[in-house]
Write a protein that binds this ligand. Structure first.
Ligand code: FES
Length: 154
């Protein structure tokens, strides 16, 4: 059953024609809209590489059907910077080497922004570790990631 949906992504409305209601937000973002900053790792909710914000809350876009998000405000990593000015969490990741290969970084940054919102910028180091535990880094850059998140809330 073909259908047309409208998604608000980074403040812009995108009309998308779907053959059926099954495509995930992740696949629509990457393959239909061309926003490839959001990464596909496991495609089953285990790695966090696909994390985006929906109405300010963290979601795994590989587990979320695009059709369920009409009327929601979706934010991807492409929507963070303001011109040449990076988001403070992006800057913190650079300053603290919160990455190595970089593949998980968009998801890590989106998750960190969601976490800092949830904790109102008052998370302990342990709370940051726990709160970021859904985002895996195959390179093991966890020390830098934790430092970046702690610094971003300072
Ligand atoms: Fe969505 Fe791994 S790609 S959690």
């Amino acid at each position: 059953m073909a259908l047309r949906i409208s998604l608000n992504i980074n403040g812009t409305e995108h009309g998308v024609d779907l053959e059926d209601p099954r495509p995930t937000l992740l696949d629509v973002l990457r393959e239909r809209i061309g926003l490839t900053g959001t990464k596909k790792g496991c495609d089953r909710g285990q790695c966090g590489a696909c994390t985006v914000l929906v109405d300010g809350r963290r979601v795994n876009s590989c587990l979320t059907l695009a059709v369920s998000l009409e009327g929601a405000k979706i934010t991807t990593v492409e929507g963070l910077a303001n011109g040449d000015a990076l988001h403070p969490v992006q800057t913190a990741f650079i300053e603290h080497d919160g990455f190595q290969c970089g593949y998980c970084t968009p998801g890590q940054i989106m998750s960190a922004i969601g976490l800092l919102s949830e904790t109102e910028g008052k998370a302990s180091a342990e709370a940051v570790r726990e709160g970021m535990s859904g985002n895996l880094c195959r390179c093991g850059a966890y020390a830098g990631i934790q430092d970046a998140v702690m610094d971003a809330q300072a």
